[in-house]
Ligand binder design. Structure first.
Ligand code: SF4
Length: 196
């Protein structure tokens, strides 16, 4: 929080350069399939809330995607409540907190057709190396990230991804303190960097 509000029309650009791999993957899956299963909706929906997407914009965004594969009525009956619930507007009014890296890494692994989780932790080696290939990273960065994964230092791999894609962030006055501990910290630091 604290930053400028983000809008649904910003999310594609954010996913491309200002989301860690977990959230980038969820965004791309949602845009491709126009649906996400329960765990993915929670992980990504709470992240978007933490990034400053308002409840009204979140509702409009999820509806615009889901109604490409279902009726507005089916969305309203099956999913609109979910969105309001994430913002604490329904049910027990629990104020759901965006998930930390530890929670995501220690959480249930994604099954078939699911896209939640941490790619460093939950992807197999070939899937992960294909993903690293798509990212157009320099060889040294890719190798360092793969070595961190092998050592089960998933959060260090994620920090390295940030460093590799935000060169000179320290000189730009950007603090990467929470990067590797919380997906929203990764995104906040990245957005500060690209604005700087
Ligand atoms: Fe997401 Fe955290 Fe995994 Fe990075 S380390 S991909 S931010 S869960």
């Amino acid at each position: 929080g604290g930053g400028d509000a983000i809008r649904p029309e910003h999310l594609d650009a954010m996913a491309a350069r200002s989301m860690p791999l977990c959230m980038r993957g969820l965004h791309l899956a949602l845009r491709r399939d126009h649906k996400l299963k329960h765990m993915g909706r929670l992980q990504y929906g709470l992240f978007l809330k933490g990034a400053g997407l308002s409840m009204e914009d979140a509702a409009a965004f999820w509806q615009s995607e889901f109604t490409r594969v279902m009726s507005v009525d089916a969305f309203t009956k099956g999913y609109a409540y979910n969105v309001r619930h994430m913002y604490g507007k329904e049910g027990k009014r629990t104020n759901y907190t965006p998930y930390s890296c530890l929670k995501i890494i220690m959480g249930a692994a994604p099954g078939a057709g699911e896209h939640h989780g941490c790619p460093y932790r939950h992807f197999d080696e070939s899937h992960l190396s294909a993903l690293f290939g798509q990212l157009k990273l320099e060889r040294a960065d890719r190798d360092a990230m793969a070595a961190h994964v092998k050592g089960r230092n998933y959060q260090l791999a994620c920090q390295r991804h940030f460093e590799a894609t935000h060169r000179g962030y320290e000189d730009a006055g950007v603090s990467a303190d929470g990067v590797g501990n919380h997906p929203n910290a990764w995104t906040a630091a990245s957005m500060q960097y690209w604005k700087a």
